[in-house]
Design a protein around this ligand. Sequence first.
Ligand SMILES: Nc1ncnc2c1ncn2[C@@H]1O[C@H](COP(=O)(O)OP(=O)(O)OP(=O)(O)O)[C@@H](O)[C@H]1O
Ligand SMILES: Cc1ncsc1CCO
Ligand SMILES: [Mg+2]
Length: 264
Amino acid sequence: MNIQPVDFSGVYAANALQNLRNTAPLVHCLTNDVVQSFTANVLLAVGASPAMVVDPTEAAQFATIADALLVNVGTLTLPHADAIRAAVQAANRAGKPWVLDPVAVGGLTLRTEFCLELIKLRPAAIRGNASEILALSGMSASGRGVDSGDNALSALPAARLLAKQTGAIVAVTGDVDYVTEGERCLAVSGGDALMTRVVGTGCALSAVVAAFVALPGDRLENVAAACRVMSCAGELACQQTRGPGSFIPAFLDNLYLLDQEALA
Ligand SMILES: Nc1ncnc2c1ncn2[C@@H]1O[C@H](COP(=O)(O)OP(=O)(O)OP(=O)(O)O)[C@@H](O)[C@H]1O
Ligand SMILES: Cc1ncsc1CCO
Ligand SMILES: [Mg+2]
């Protein structure tokens, strides 16, 4: 029997963020070509340390040094897949957590088969929009390219199934983010629809999830904390801006300035 989603505590998120700022986890990002710079800036603003090391040999070496690895298949190519395989295997051997962002999985064969291969390699967390989580779990989805055509709550059963199948914490994001380990589920509200009008907020969230899974403590709550930090900064930024152009700098400022009071 599945336990109903529970509203996530802002107090835990505030403590986890403080812990992250104190330790500045080194996050190895194998992400897509569209969001490299935005992802690095989001990690820096939050208080983590990004590095994009992409050559297969170097990626395997660096995965053992970094505190966590992000794998994002947004602009997957065959050489990139080789680097991801090498890095994931090295991270697993070194006991470092890694996170999968299954961008646009479903309709496209290369990335879908590759992600199905990757989820057998014990990701610590999987973060995707509703259509991606539905498709990755084998259920039918209405994604349109990288954008979701499904509602996050409708993908919660798929997220639970995927978590049970893989042992990963699964975060399915949208108007509300749901974070589950199969049975237990945390609901993270906040954010703003404007966040979907800027490229890479989800991709950057997956990088922040990687930073938070490097922290000690309850992994389910750490992933929810990452979601809360992004939703909270996004919501504040939207209150201060009129559209996508000014959202980006306001979002980075709010991530950097985020305090206990805002998160709670
Ligand atoms: N309708 C909404 N209302 C509030 N927040 C939202 C809404 N839709 C998305 N978000 C927030 O936007 C962020 C990105 O989530 P989303 O599900 O859009 O990821 P995504 O589709 O993978 O994005 P991308 O591929 O562009 O990086 C999350 O923090 C999420 O909570
Ligand atoms: C727009 C886009 N195309 C491939 S990856 C990406 C970034 C958002 O997921
Ligand atoms: Mg995405």
